[in-house]
Design a protein around this ligand. Sequence first.
Ligand SMILES: CC(C)(COP(=O)(O)OP(=O)(O)OC[C@H]1O[C@@H](n2cnc3c(N)ncnc32)[C@H](O)[C@@H]1OP(=O)(O)O)[C@@H](O)C(=O)NCCC(=O)NCCSC(=O)C[C@H](O)C(=O)O
Ligand SMILES: [Mg+2]
Length: 293
Amino acid sequence: MPQDAHPFRSVLYMPGSRPRALEKARTLAADALILDLEDAVAPAEKPNARELVAEAVEAGGYGKRKLLVRVNGFDTEWGEADIARASAAQPDAILLPKVESAADIARAALLMADAGAGEHVRIWAMMETPRGALNALAIAESHPRLEGFVLGTNDLVKDLGAAHTPDRLPLVTSLGLCLLGARAAGLVCVDGVYNAFQDAEGLRAACVQGRDMGFDGKTLIHPDQIAIANEVFAPSTDAVALARRQVEAFEQATARGEGVAVVDGRIVENLHVVTAKRLIERAETIAALESAA
Ligand SMILES: CC(C)(COP(=O)(O)OP(=O)(O)OC[C@H]1O[C@@H](n2cnc3c(N)ncnc32)[C@H](O)[C@@H]1OP(=O)(O)O)[C@@H](O)C(=O)NCCC(=O)NCCSC(=O)C[C@H](O)C(=O)O
Ligand SMILES: [Mg+2]
């Protein structure tokens, strides 16, 4: 996560065709919401969902939650009209499905500009195909509107012919390529969903794995998943306390003219201090967000 940026610990999808979910989301503790026009919406409902989502964005009331509208792909009859209507509603971002190249981002950016999307309306890319993962760096570096990647692990599993396994070993290469591209370009990177939405322990394990790989947060499909993602992706009290001690010990070492400190039997060098400061800043950003909610 870029420093002092908005957190994306919990990013909740909701079908754009469900007015009750769009309403309920105004009270949920998610850091960001994906108002979905793509896979969660049946073909017959798409035009109606487009309007419902645009009206929800225009009505506001979502507080500090970031609002992303996931549109349909360019290969569908709805994609371009979704981008035009969503752009006019001015959400925080438009999320493009199945991005495979820099050209996909450029095409969306042009449509958004034509439809009057303000400069503040960012682009996010679903990374969920083999070609997309292989092109991750070129996509990540392609456009100033691009702010983040969302991993689409269901589509990746489908296209790879892989299996959903608890350790996610079949996905590690794809996840890693997308993380590398995002980090090299300074983008936010959010992990895929955990489908068994009533399995809290399975979700927790998946969040811990995603956090340890470097993801900023997890996409979610049910409100009951929010608290776990918020907890796992926030720095713990112990981690913040350790980071503060590392910063302090390193400052004292520097004052003595030394380049290395030792905390709890481990060395602390300048690079560890960078990580520690980033963690403290992230904790402070989250605390400020939660106290404003
Ligand atoms: C999975 C669900 C279909 C379950 O829905 P439901 O049976 O209604 O759940 P509950 O009765 O437990 O709901 C309790 C209350 O919470 C509200 N609710 C439920 N889900 C959401 C939500 N996602 N956002 C907001 N609010 C939600 C209900 O309205 C109930 O409220 P109340 O009336 O006040 O009691 C459902 O959760 C669902 O549809 N989830 C989203 C599914 C989805 O968006 N899928 C597409 C995204 S996943 C994907 O595509 C990933 C990617 O592309 C890939 O390739 O991997
Ligand atoms: Mg998908």
